[in-house]
Unconditional design. Structure first.
Length: 80
């Protein structure tokens, strides 16, 4: 396992210490569990290319010019 050193504010350290006492865990276990939950719930890491991630959107625009993404004339006046 890799080693990670983290500085935390006193208030956060007190919260971690309270969890350690209540659950009988090591500080590393509490921090690791909190990081895993945070990353799983709020910042899901997805792999793959942009096409893999947005592939379901390809071709979803109907009645658009065939060169919409490559012809700059279609952007004339955009944002005005």
């Amino acid at each position: 396992m890799k080693v990670l050193s983290v500085k935390v504010p006193e208030a956060l350290d007190r919260k971690i210490t309270a969890v350690i006492k209540r659950r009988g865990m090591q500080k590393s276990d509490v921090v690791r569990e909190a990081l895993e939950r945070y990353l799983d719930e709020t910042h899901e890491v997805r792999g793959g290319s942009f096409l893999d991630l947005a592939g379901d959107l390809v071709g979803c625009v109907k009645d658009a010019p065939a060169d919409l993404s490559s012809n700059p004339k279609h952007m004339d006046g955009y944002g005005r």
